[in-house]
Design a protein around this ligand. Structure first.
Ligand SMILES: [Fe+2]
Ligand SMILES: [Fe+2]
Length: 133
């Protein structure tokens, strides 16, 4: 199921919002059935998405670090866990495990929305409080 962008996903931090929006669009494009049948295309797409999420996580981590956010370590460890999991999925696809792809994309989407709603919002609240935009 595609993620529907909601007003409440906005964090009021322009760069973070742009990255979140782009990432959700990328995830949604994975629900295009054609892509599921071609391994090479899928791996290329997953790798591109991985690069994008790495840039995004680095952006948030830099904010957390620069503005001395107290939840830095737990937030970062969630990012790290997600990245490990994502790479694991890519290697499974590479090994030919192409069944359950839809479920996999669904769980990635779920994670992302949950993380945004809980952790990213917490960070955004802090940044907004100290007037970082
Ligand atoms: Fe985050
Ligand atoms: Fe985020």
């Amino acid at each position: 199921m595609k993620i529907q962008w909601k007003e409440e996903y906005n964090t009021n931090i322009k760069l973070i919002d742009e990255q979140h929006f782009r990432f959700i669009m990328e995830l949604n494009s994975l629900f295009d059935k054609k892509i599921f049948s071609e391994k090479e295309m899928l791996i290329k797409k997953f790798n591109a998405i991985y690069k994008e999420i790495e840039i995004h996580f680095t952006t948030e981590e830099k904010f957390m670090h620069d503005y001395k956010f107290s939840g830095y370590f737990s937030h970062k460890s969630e990012h790290d866990r997600f990245k490990r999991n994502f790479l694991e999925q890519i290697s499974q696809i590479d090994n030919g495990k192409m069944d359950n792809l839809e479920k996999m994309v669904f769980s990635i989407s779920n994670w992302f929305v949950n993380h945004l709603e809980i952790n990213d919002k917490k960070l955004a609240k802090y940044l907004n409080l100290i007037n970082v935009y």
